[in-house]
Design a protein around this ligand. Structure first.
Ligand code: ADP
Ligand code: G6P
Length: 376
């Protein structure tokens, strides 16, 4: 009898608003697993799915229950749960997790319509990325690991201006208006998901330049929940200590405004006390909120020379690399991706390595062998 346990995919959730770097993150993740992800061969050219040897990434926009016209008629945005079919999302993610193929709908971003379904086979690693991977409790329970990309309003605005004004010819006013229009639904339905994330990458304006509002130099935090099985947070110098480090000595070229790292334990908020799943996971309960214990690694500033990242890498521990310098190698390989010279690229790469490690440990546990035997 063939055991199918090993063939059951692990499921990863990646949540963020659109235009916040999910595709870039996915390209870094699949590269860590050793292959570039591509759209399904011979399928719908407007498919949102990406497939590599190990990984299939689906976009949760495919579970929009209302198409563009439907949303307009009902006056709801794509961020509103009413515009999305969570029952189908749950059934299909569950089926994949059980090792079964699914016929998943396709939301066509060009036409704004729902296209005929595409066949998705269970991969080794199944990533669901989009606006709501942690919104529905049933779907959330299926996730082996979850990530939230938390881009502050100032930075989101700067990125959107760069893309929509420079590349798409939109006016500053129309960009402002579109961000404002999405904000109430973003605050109500998307942002609260970060309480459920095992890792949050938070992107803020730099503190190295007083009153900076250009959004070019970034302060990025990697917030890692403690106590998650198979996930050991990365640390700088000394696990659990509080460290501030300006690595601009003899080994690292730092032009203005320099680079600053910080590391230490912290707490991260959850939701109201009435939230049962929050209560279950929570470590400290305050009157209206519960707090999780986390480790936070922060990088403010940017690298002048990416090859010198090896100096920083050599001071970080628990990176889950397979050889010395793997983080630097990955970053150099994709130096042209957005964020490669700052904490966004660095932390996305590190989370990719942690996911590979998590995968290998889960597979090893299922097979009852040491993690080394399940290496990809
Ligand atoms: P999503 O898949 O969430 O829509 P993308 O990865 O396609 O996001 O990124 C959208 C745009 O946002 C990019 O073209 C770029 O302009 C900007 N962007 C994303 N990540 C970064 C980053 N780390 N640094 C600077 N700009 C970024
Ligand atoms: C997708 C994106 C949303 C975006 C929407 C556009 O669903 O994930 O972030 O808002 O498309 O919707 P629209 O109603 O403007 O076509």
């Amino acid at each position: 009898q063939v055991s199918c346990a090993v063939e059951q995919p692990i499921v990863i959730g990646l949540a963020a608003d659109s235009g916040c770097g999910k595709s870039t993150f996915m390209r870094r993740l699949t590269s860590v697993f050793g292959g570039a992800a591509e759209p399904p061969k011979g399928g719908n050219p407007d498919s949102n799915t990406l497939i590599s040897d190990t990984t299939t990434v689906i976009c949760l926009d495919d579970y929009h229950s209302l198409d563009r016209t439907g949303r307009k008629e009902k006056g709801v945005t794509a961020l509103d749960p009413k515009a999305n079919d969570f029952d189908l999302m749950y059934e299909q993610v569950k089926a994949i997790k059980e090792g079964k193929a699914i016929e998943k709908p396709i939301y066509n971003h060009v036409t704004g319509l729902l296209d005929p379904a595409e066949l998705i086979q269970p991969p080794k690693i199944f990533v669901i990325e989009g606006l709501h991977p942690m919104y529905d409790e049933r779907v959330r329970e299926l996730l082996d690991f979850s990530i939230y990309l938390d881009i502050s309003n100032e930075v989101k605005f700067a990125w959107k201006i760069q893309r929509d004004m420079a590349e798409r010819g939109h006016s500053l006013e129309s960009i402002k208006a579109s961000i404002e229009a999405r904000k109430p639904d973003f605050d109500a339905f998307i942002d609260p998901q970060k309480q459920y994330a095992d890792a949050v990458i938070e992107v803020l304006p730099t503190q190295l330049i007083p009153d900076d509002n250009e959004g070019k130099v970034l302060r990025v935090k990697l917030i890692m929940k403690e106590g998650i099985k198979f996930f050991n947070p990365v640390y700088l110098f000394d696990e659990g200590s509080t460290i501030n480090w300006i690595p601009c000595g003899r080994k690292l070229t730092c032009s203005y405004p320099g680079i600053k790292f910080s590391y230490g334990p912290d707490t991260y908020f959850g939701q109201e006390l009435s939230n049962r799943s929050c209560l279950r996971q929570c470590c400290t309960i305050l009157v209206f909120a519960c707090l999780f214990q986390v480790s936070v690694l922060e990088m403010d500033g940017q690298f002048d020379r990416l090859d010198e990242l090896i100096y920083v890498e050599s001071h970080l521990s628990n990176l889950s690399t397979k050889f010395y310098g793997e983080v630097t190698q990955q970053m150099l390989k994709h130096a042209d991706f957005p964020g490669s010279n700052n904490g966004t690229g660095l932390f996305q790469t590190i989370v990719g390595l942690k996911i590979r490690d998590l995968y290998e440990q889960i597979i090893a546990e299922r097979a009852g062998v040491p993690a080394e035997a399940a290496k990809v």
